[in-house]
Structures are given as C-alpha cells and as structure tokens.
Design a protein around this ligand. Structure first.
Ligand code: AMP
Length: 419
C-alpha cells in the first residue's frame, strides 16, 4: 500500500463510528441540559494567537505546535490549533459578544493537533470537547463547568476517575510562588532529571507535573501554592469546595496540580483515571480571568475545560460504558428479474422519504444472494418483487423476525412496515 494515514493521525470507521456518534449524542444532550450552545471555529489560526495565550514556554506551543507559512505577501505564520480555548476567546472578542450578553456559555467538539510521540491515549491529531463559561467571576461558575464534566463522565459510564482541584491564585500570587519554587528547586537541582533542571528556568511550575521518579521526592517537599493565596483567592477556593460538596461531586485537593498552559488563574482541575496508563488525564481546565484582556478584549472573567474524546472512548470501553448499537435496517428490497430491478429504486425512495431505512442490491445479484444479504443486514422486512407482483402493483412483504410473509399492494407498504 503506497499511502497510509500519517503517524499519530487516525481514521475512524466501522463499529468505532457508532461509539463516536453515541458519545457526540451524549455531549450534545448534556450541553442542552446545562444551557451551552455550540461554537465551531477554524482549524487554522494565526500562530501568534497561541504564543500569546497558551504561552511560548509551554510544551504545547514551544515544542508541539504544527506551524507553517502561508502563501501571502508577506507570508503569515499559521498554526493548526493545538487547543480550542484560545480560538474561542478570539471569536468572543471578534464578535463583541460581551456587548450582547453578560454571560456566554459555549461548547465545542473538534480536532486539535500536537506534535507528540504517539502512544495509547496520545496522538498528533485528537478530538477535544470543551466548554467555556465567560462573564462570571464567582466559584459558582467553576462549580458549574466542573459538575458538567463530572456528569458527562458518569453519563457515558466512566466511574473510575478522580477529580483533582487546585488554585493557582492570581498573577501576583503566582509570581511570588514561582520565585519561592525556583529558589527551592535550584537548591535541589542536582537531584532532578535533566528535563526538570531545564524547566527551573523556562517553566518552573511544570516541574511539578513531572512523572520522572527522580523528581518525585523533591516535588513532594516543594512549597505549596495554597500558602501563597490572598484572602480573595482563598475564599474563592473554599467556596468552590463547598459548592462541589453540596452538589455531590467528589474531589481531592492536589496542591501540585498546575496544568500545562499559562493562562490559568485561581481554579484549575483535572479528571484523571488509572485505567489509561501514563496518559491519565481524561480532561481538565480552569479559570482564565486574564485571557480575554490579554488578547485585546474587555476584561472578562472566564472558566472552562477540555476533554480528550479518544481517551473518553478508551475509558468508556473499558468500563463497558458506551456500547456499539448497530442501526437496524427497516427494509431490504429483493428484485426478481430485470423489470423488477428497475422498479426497486422508486419504491425504496418512497420508503426512505417516509423516514424508514431501505437498501437493495446494486450488483444485479441472484435472488438467493439478495435474500442472504437481507438477513446479513438484519433487516426487519424484506420486500420481494417479481414479474407477477409488477403486473398487479403488489409486493411480497416478509417479516424477517417471524418469517411470516404476505402479498400486499404497493400502497400498503408504509402502513405495514410502520407496525
Ligand atoms: P490540555 O489542553 O492539554 O489540557 O488537553 C485537554 C485534554 O485533551 C487532555 O486532558 C487529554 O484528554 C486530551 N489530549 C491532550 N493532548 C492529547 C493528545 N496528544 N492525544 C490525545 N488526547 C490529548
């Protein structure tokens, strides 16, 4: 085979499609319950949108982003979106949504691209579903998005997960914390992995994310961001915990949870599972009160999350959550002879227009082969038309579940198959 899909880019087909469609149905249903409307943004955006928002020092932008120059004069640097919050924020500013409504609740489902080493639960093109709640600063808004994510996981049969929450404070608090962290990490730099040593200078918070066993002891004894919070951030965090508790959402506080992206303020959270090995994040998010203003919009508090759909499918499968339910065919039409072959497209067209699924042989195969096909497709009915039926404008209707068959007029088909 000469052409194959690229490494880290998957095709989705066959039985998997039924799972994906079932997942998308559940997503659409839960978003309706929570009052979120869909937004679809382009796959390509100016590179700068991501360098300014996600941050150049992050892996997502610094190492993993697919960028290219377009054919303009002068050429512009474009990027395949590595995540969907920044494009959504861009749209929020571009369409001046803040002037139209105080609260905006958006959700999206779409592809994202990161040049990562593919492995189970990690690919270069993946699908993400997320929500963004813009315009509300309180812990109630964080509670809403977290609860939505929690409910979605449960709805698709994923119970084996832990919700971790933390607060990163505001910019000043985090800056002070970073200083303390850099001081601490520098003291133990020789005990750290090379990657973490490098990160002390570039992105010290990310050291806390390290899964390298050489780093774990130093990380365990590192200063806690929670000791650097102002009263305002502290109250926000305790309100969040209270709201989650009273909503029946179980969580653990993890003061080492920092998440990879730069734009978070106060609340961050992650839904983690043990069932997927090292790629344990099913999804996560947090509050990003400065992002809209940093991208040139009116300051707008905001919060949201993103789930990885490939990981949701993997985890739901392991817990027998989403099931493959084949769509049953209503009618398979069987033609005996050339004249009947010609009549069949018109009859099936009528059946399909009435909202029933219909299928027939496109290869002029024998009646036996056609009957075999009707069984293979698990059709509810077979409609058989031969010369005799053509003369009398009738058909033979065979109920394939009971094997009963009878002769009916063509006008009666729809009434008979709707029973
Ligand atoms: P992030 O924006 O990094 O928080 O990613 C949001 C979610 O997308 C993660 O929790 C994962 O479930 C999923 N995800 C991120 N990167 C990948 C990837 N390379 N392959 C598959 N899923 C991913």
């Amino acid at each position: 085979m000469k052409y194959k899909s690229l490494k880290g880019f998957s095709d989705i087909l066959g039985e998997d499609i039924a799972l994906w469609q079932a997942l998308e149905r559940e997503i659409n249903a839960i978003m309706r319950l929570y009052g979120y409307s869909e937004i679809r943004t382009p796959i390509v955006e100016p590179t700068e949108l991501f360098t300014r928002s996600v941050g150049e020092a992050t892996d997502v932008v610094g190492k993993e982003m697919y960028t290219f120059w377009d054919k303009g004069t002068p050429p512009e640097s474009l990027a395949l979106r590595p995540e969907l919050t920044a494009p959504t924020a861009r749209a929020y500013i571009q369409y001046e949504i803040a002037k139209q409504q105080q609260i905006t609740k958006w959700y999206y489902v779409g592809q994202a691209f990161r040049y990562e080493q593919p492995q189970k639960g990690r690919s270069r093109q993946f699908h993400t579903c997320g929500v963004e709640l813009l315009g509300a600063a309180g812990a109630k808004a964080d509670t809403e998005v977290i609860t939505l994510g929690y409910d979605l996981l449960k709805k698709i049969g994923i119970n084996n997960f832990t919700l971790r929450i933390n607060s990163l404070g505001n910019y000043e608090e985090r800056t002070k914390y970073k200083q303390a962290l850099v001081e601490y990490l520098s003291k133990y730099a020789n005990d750290l992995s090379a990657e973490s040593q490098r990160r002390i200078a570039t992105n010290p918070l990310r050291v806390l994310d390290s899964k390298d066993s050489r780093d774990s002891e130093v990380i365990a004894n590192s200063p806690s961001i929670l000791d650097f919070l102002s009263t305002d951030s502290e109250t926000h965090f305790s309100d969040l915990q209270e709201c989650l508790q009273s909503s029946g959402v179980s969580f653990v506080v993890d003061n080492k949870l920092v998440r990879g992206l730069d734009y978070y303020t106060k609340t961050v959270f992650e839904f983690q599972t043990k069932s997927l090995g090292s790629q344990d994040a099913l999804g996560g998010g947090g509050r990003y009160d400065n992002l809209i203003s940093e991208l040139g919009g009116t300051p707008t508090p905001a919060t949201g999350f993103g789930f990885g759909l490939e990981r949701l499918i993997l985890a739901a499968r392991l817990e027998q959550g989403l099931q493959f339910v084949p769509n049953k065919l209503d009618v398979y039409l069987v033609a005996m002879g050339e004249e009947a072959q010609k009549k069949i497209p018109a009859i099936s067209h009528k059946i399909r227009l009435a909202g029933f699924s219909a299928d027939y042989d496109l290869l002029n195969r024998s009646v036996k082969a056609q009957m075999k096909e009707s069984n293979k497709k698990e059709a509810r009915f077979a409609i058989i038309i031969g010369e005799q039926e053509l003369k009398t404008n009738s058909v033979v209707l065979k109920n394939l579940e009971t094997s009963e068959q009878k002769n009916i007029s063509q006008e009666e088909i729809l009434t008979e198959i709707s029973c």
